[in-house]
Design a protein around this ligand. Structure first.
Ligand SMILES: [Zn+2]
Length: 303
């Protein structure tokens, strides 16, 4: 079963819906990270949610969903690059200790100051142009509740989310109430939002994690008429590279890099998302900084 994101409209209700299920891509995202089960669950729910949100907006660029925590988990990040290329990572504190049933609030927000941010970073952003970012406090017991609050505040759109994840799969459903034209008289069915919501609320965690989006849509909405869009195929893809790692070393500065070299013999950058390792020895570092110096000199001659 390929990873799929299904988008559809209810013909007799002013509601649009999306269902996503990630299996291969999600397994690649958690492979070799050894996340404790509650952390994998949180990150998986965020990953499914980020895919749903990215597919829901008309925007050419990256969507980044991030929670900055102050508990055992200090950072959760999911990036969606067009078209539906996902990567995700979680960072725990060294001393992190929590039970298998630890809640969202216990994991990231014991101090009550955690924040959830959604960033939209346009493709081909010009220098000086800022990405759009919306930030909300972490209100809610689940990722779904936090994001429902976010959508209500930032987009003023009534939205409902159902999310589930374990180490094997990450999945979710998003419903959004469409704005009505022509007032209440134009409504084909005034109870439609409640009806579709109630149908979706019957979904179980097991159904989310094991059924394909098409099978789940059929099971939940078999009495409804749906108009389907072409399904999307989310994939795991990391955007790290040796070149980007080199730029990180340049940003650290020569002195800092030289001191790491003196201590360890080489400098290694490990990607937080995919665990790729980029090693630079003394010769690499020399070439890197010489290249950067030449580029700088070149730029100053031209100016
Ligand atoms: Zn990577």
């Amino acid at each position: 079963m390929a990873d799929t994101l299904l988008k559809f409209l209810f013909r007799d209700a002013p509601v649009r819906g999306e269902i996503v299920r990630l299996q291969d891509s999600w397994r690649q995202m958690v492979a070799n990270h050894g996340y404790p089960a509650p952390v994998a669950r949180l990150l998986g729910e965020m990953t499914a949610a980020a895919a749903l949100l990215a597919a829901n907006i008309k925007f050419d660029g990256a969507l980044i969903l991030q929670i900055q925590g102050n508990g055992p988990v200090r950072l959760l990040v999911v990036e969606v690059q067009p078209p539906m290329r996902l990567r995700a990572t979680a960072k725990l504190r060294q001393t992190a200790a929590f039970g298998a049933e630890a809640t969202l609030q216990a994991l990231v927000n014991p101090g009550g100051e955690a924040r959830c941010a959604i960033t939209l970073d346009p493709s081909g952003r010009l220098p000086g142009q800022q990405p759009y970012q919306g930030v909300v406090p972490l209100i809610g017991e689940t990722i779904a509740q936090v994001l429902e609050n976010y959508l209500r505040q930032s987009e003023q759109v009534e939205s409902k989310l159902w999310l589930a994840a374990d180490e094997q799969a990450a999945a979710g459903v998003l419903l959004q109430k469409l704005p009505q034209e022509g007032g209440a008289a134009a409504l084909p069915d005034a109870d439609a939002w409640q009806r579709v919501g109630a149908l979706t609320a019957t979904v179980t965690r097991d159904e989310l994690l094991t059924l394909s989006p098409a099978a789940l849509a059929h099971r939940l909405y078999w009495e409804e008429q749906l108009d389907h869009f072409a399904p999307l195929q989310p994939r795991f893809q990391c955007t790290c590279s040796r070149r980007r790692s080199g730029r990180m070393l340049l940003a650290l500065g020569r002195d800092e890099v030289d001191s790491i070299l003196a201590e360890r013999g080489d400098v290694e950058i490990v990607c937080d998302f995919c665990n790729a390792r980029y090693a630079f020895d003394a010769v690499d570092v020399g070439q890197l900084f010489a290249g950067a110096g030449a580029a700088q000199a070149d730029a100053s001659i031209r100016h």
